[in-house]
Design a protein around this ligand. Structure first.
Ligand code: CP
Length: 321
């Protein structure tokens, strides 16, 4: 029989929801990392950790990794996940977000939501008595960033002071990496074309969040300057979901920001390459980098599962030991 886990009241995150990286303290991140490490090492020990729990998964945008990992995560812990397709109509169009929240809280124990407007997940959480997890909005992708730093902790054995470069668009993933990185003592160096910088208010938020860890994001317009000596080189698509209409124009503006062998050659000799995926091969990254032995993109994807299982357990106040 699979051993079951025991409740530890001490093992609680301070957050009620995970809407933005700002919701997690450095202590919360340490708890998530430690639990994710145990879950990854002994998944069978957690096979009943969410027994009887129900998760609603609202998606306005497509997903491979996020949907699969949350659904597999719930099922593998004895729970159940329900996919709610909100590509059409979007959340709030058929009925108010408030009413969606007030219905769902009567049936399920948690909500995961991928929306265009960040305000939609804020409104869901404001009206639901159950935890709400941001599965990507136009502003943040916290589950991605937490998983990515977990992956880096595995690879490097530490995080503080890691030389991290993000190349491309100052988008939601960039925002979350800057914010979570700052809390963990990682100063993310961001190189974007002019006009595609991360939002100034998020950069300021990350600077403030990093003060106690002596970490602060830095902005560049030259990818070689940002990557020089980096231990981590990260990129993402040049046109995020919802910006596909601008993909052609962006592909010209962003061309000098492609992560290829020439750019990687300026990074640290043992640098790793990261991408949240999906990747547009031949655009933001070449096959030669994505398929190289420096690339850890599939480790990142795998760890989404372990880290989100930890997040679900901690937010749903499950048994965690
Ligand atoms: N990285 C990520 O969130 O992947 P999906 O869009 O496939 O969920």
């Amino acid at each position: 029989m699979t051993p079951t886990v025991a409740m530890d009241q001490q093992e609680q995150v301070s957050a009620r929801d995970l809407l933005s990286d700002a919701d997690l303290t450095p202590g919360d991140l340490a708890l998530i990392f430690d639990l994710a490490e145990r879950v990854k090492a002994s998944p069978g020990a957690y096979s009943r950790a969410l027994a009887g729990k129900q998760l609603a998964m609202i998606f306005e945008k497509p997903s491979l990794r996020t949907r699969t990992t949350f659904e597999v995560g719930m099922t593998s812990m004895g729970g159940h996940a329900i996919y709610l397709d909100h590509t059409k109509p979007r959340l709030g169009e058929r009925e108010s977000i408030k009413d969606v929240a007030r219905n769902l809280e009567r049936w399920v124990d948690g909500i995961v939501a991928r929306t265009y407007a960040h305000q939609a997940v804020v409104e869901l959480a404001g009206n639901a008595s159950i935890p709400v997890v941001n599965a990507l909005t136009d502003l943040y992708h916290p589950c991605q960033a937490v998983s990515d730093f977990f992956t880096l902790r595995e690879k490097f054995g530490r995080l503080r002071g890691l030389k991290f470069a993000f190349i491309g668009d100052g988008n939601n993933v960039c925002h979350s990496l800057m914010l979570t990185g700052a809390k963990l003592g990682v100063s993310v160096r961001v190189a974007t074309p002019a006009g595609f910088e991360p939002k100034p208010e998020v950069t300021e938020e990350a600077r403030a969040a990093g003060r106690s860890a002596s970490a602060s994001p830095q902005l560049f317009h030259d990818p070689f300057e940002a990557v020089a000596g980096a231990q981590v080189v990260y990129t993402d698509v040049w046109a995020s979901m919802g910006q596909e209409f601008a993909a052609h124009l962006r592909s010209q503006v962003f061309a000098p920001f492609q992560v290829n062998n020439t750019l990687m050659a300026t990074a640290c000799r043992d640098a790793v390459f990261m991408h949240c995926l999906p990747a547009h091969r031949g655009q933001e990254v070449t096959d030669s980098v994505l398929d190289s032995n420096r690339s850890i993109v599939y480790d990142q994807a795998e760890n989404r599962l372990h880290v989100q299982k930890a997040i679900l357990m901690l937010l749903m106040q499950a048994e965690t030991r």
